[in-house]
Write a protein that binds this ligand. Sequence first.
Ligand SMILES: [Zn+2]
Length: 325
Amino acid sequence: MTTTIVRQGAPAHPRRSMTIPTAIPDGTLRCAYYHPRLAPWFGLAVLFAIAILARAAVAAPSDTYDAAHLSSVELERLAFAGRLLGGVRNFQRQPFLLLTDAPDLNGPAVLAALDAVYQWTRRDFPFLLPPRRAVPLIVFASDQEFNAFWRRLGSPSRVSLEAVPQGVAGRTIESVATCRFQERPEGGLPLYVHEASHALLHQMFGIGAGGNWLAEGVATNYEWQVSQPDVHAVRAGLADPGGRMPLETLLNGERVPRERYWQAALVVQWLLDDPLRRVQLPTLFAAMREEGSVDARQLVGRYLGMSVNDVEEAWLTWAHAQYSG
Ligand SMILES: [Zn+2]
């Protein structure tokens, strides 16, 4: 349907009129807005709306936070709320973002270790896509701030988070890694590397962020790159069936106890050590992602061609050859 202007003798662009009456062929009139005149008002309305939205975002945390999608600015605000500017430092090297209020943290050294974690992850799992967002690691100077951050993050995201247990110095949930600053650099670096690896793998693989055999195995291996593996504990676990978990349990996708992280690390090493298994890994990973779980008990049969018992036997033989000296 076309419209025609019926006001006779009116200027082509009537400057004092807010509306232009137009006729529709059936004889009725309607008014159309005169856009050039309204444009400034429209612009003001848009600015006003943006100001209200921006103020709401700045003034109070939204109740729909998703920790995985917080921007670096939001994270910094949430981590160090009320902190004077200048007390917080941030270091960036793709894909990591390191935030800290610990004055003695050697940012460049930690960043170099995180960069190594990224290179190792790409070397070991070249079929995973690079992260699309920054991977944050937040190092808190005090236990108080460390705990307060998780309370602040937990409450708006409506996730009920347990308080960080006494003595636990690192926690990663989804792709947000956090640590308590460690005075001794040799104690700090392995911890930062471990937690950052969880957050990185979560973004690149998308399943879990710690706790299961894959996440803990990968993180522990990278941790061992910047510290010494406890070879005595590894040997003791290999020598005594009571000192390790049956793979039927270890690979079930559930939480692995901290004292068995070494075993998860050795299983990941075993997976990466053989050229055939390396070729099989992309389809195994794709299947785990499809299932939304790292429960590998059935999948090893389908994608490695071995039952869990076969894997256990082959892994143990390999591990003894590597570590029992
Ligand atoms: Zn861990």
